[in-house]
Design a binder for this molecule. Structure first.
Ligand SMILES: Cc1cc2nc3c(=O)[nH]c(=O)nc-3n(C[C@H](O)[C@H](O)[C@H](O)COP(=O)(O)OP(=O)(O)OC[C@H]3O[C@@H](n4cnc5c(N)ncnc54)[C@H](O)[C@@H]3O)c2cc1C
Length: 381
């Protein structure tokens, strides 16, 4: 159901503008990007011209200054076209979220001066040995004089291979455990920053996912975000804030799966009538609609809470988990509706299933989200 009764005229106009951009610049090319496994930098440049890469960045820094809900509307449209492209562009605002939490105006200006003209940002938290346990961080940042020297390797970083600026989490005091982690703004141009292995993924193949290596990278002390020791808190709060936008991408992907099914089921004739007239098929699509719409509403609710200054990890975890889980069901069902053609790369739905899987894994797996949700249940009075 793409009916949007409660949106403002500005939101509807923006939604339509992005929908047209997606129809023209993304949908016709998504299968090629998927095949090549390459980020389409030319399309990114076109999105940059429209400001779609800096949706939430305040206007005074050169961004669009949109709220979370409006950003979710844009991300849903992008996800409808290609989840990999949507996630890459959306990662700019993931990095920005860390800046909002802990960055000064001066740091925000450094970030904006790189990203606004067309740079890409990345959020570098995960390390190979740590995985879901982000506190198991081996990257270090040692303060010498007025600089920090960063050493370590980050794994599975979205935009890792083509980012111009990174938010990097490193231990300033390893003895202190999570309280010894700090966050830094690190420009790609710094000596010692390099890109490691590129991940050859099953889905979201238009998005670059790579290791990033920091070898004796010197950053000025004023590139520390907030204070020493607050890195873990900054990382967790950043992910809480970014989950609605990320989940909107998968809502768009589910909507695409449903739309493909509706169109196909009206055309495909088996046993003398369109398959849409077979109730088992039409009920499958009704279930896809229910799940997609409920996910959308949950995601919008979590964004609207944030727009009203309410940051609730449990709500954000519920929305992320539900949207990611139903996406697997919706996209699998989409393949079933298309039958053998759904399984073929000549049709777009098998890609949707491959793209959907990541939404149960990154930004905290859905098992980790269930830890967040069940902990909140146990604390509730
Ligand atoms: C395409 C892609 C893009 C990514 N982008 C970024 C990025 O931009 N920045 C970044 O920092 N990271 C990024 N990541 C990393 C991502 O967040 C991690 O992959 C994720 O946190 C899980 O870590 P892991 O893959 O090592 O899995 P593991 O932690 O090894 O988990 C393996 C399995 O065990 C389960 N598990 C682990 N611990 C528990 C537990 N306590 N209870 C129950 N189950 C548990 C997990 O749910 C999972 O099913 C990305 C990953 C991918 C694949």
């Amino acid at each position: 159901m793409r009916k949007q009764y409660l949106l403002t005229d500005d939101q509807k106009d923006l939604q339509l503008m992005v929908r047209e951009f997606v129809a023209k610049e993304i949908i016709p090319y998504a299968a090629i990007w998927d095949e090549k496994g390459e980020f389409p930098i030319g399309t990114y440049r076109k999105a940059v011209e429209m400001g779609l890469h800096v949706t939430e960045l305040p206007e005074k820094f050169g961004g669009m200054g949109l709220n979370h809900l409006t950003d979710c509307l844009i991300m849903e449209e992008m996800g409808y076209g290609d989840a990999g492209f949507a996630l890459s562009i959306g990662t700019n605002m993931l990095a920005y979220a860390a800046m909002v939490i802990a960055g000064s105006d001066e740091q925000m200006k450094i970030f904006a001066d790189i990203v606004v003209p067309g740079g890409l940002a990345a959020f570098a938290l995960t390390e190979a040995q740590g995985g879901s346990d982000a506190s198991n961080c081996k990257t270090t940042a040692v303060k010498i004089g007025n600089e920090y020297i960063i050493n370590g390797t980050k794994a599975f970083i979205t935009n890792g291979g083509n980012a111009d600026v990174y938010i990097v989490f490193a231990m300033t005091d390893p003895e202190m455990g999570v309280r010894g982690m700090s966050a830094f703004l690190v420009e790609r141009s710094r000596v010692g920053v390099s890109v490691g292995a590129h991940e050859n993924k099953m889905g979201i193949r238009a998005s670059n996912t790579s290791e990033v290596v920091f070898q004796d990278v010197r950053v000025p002390a004023d590139h520390l975000l907030g204070a020493e020791g607050f890195g873990f808190l900054i990382a967790m709060q950043t992910l809480d804030r970014s989950r609605p936008a990320g989940s909107s991408v998968v809502v768009g992907l589910c909507q695409r799966a449903l739309d493909e099914c509706v169109a196909y089921s009206k055309e495909r004739v088996v046993f003398g009538r369109p398959i849409s007239k077979h109730q088992a098929v039409s009920f499958t699509m009704a279930d896809m609609e229910i799940q997609t719409e409920v996910a959308r509403r949950m995601v919008h609710y979590s964004a609207q809470l944030m727009d009203n200054g309410i940051f609730d990890s449990e709500v954000s975890a519920v929305a992320k988990t539900f949207a990611g889980d139903i996406a697997m069901k919706v996209t699998c069902d989409a393949i079933q509706v298309l039958g053998g053609y759904g399984y073929s790369r000549d049709y777009p739905v098998e890609k949707l299933m491959r793209d959907a899987k990541i939404f149960q894994i990154f930004e905290g797996t859905n098992q980790i989200q269930r830890i967040v949700i069940s902990s909140a249940l146990m604390k509730a009075k």
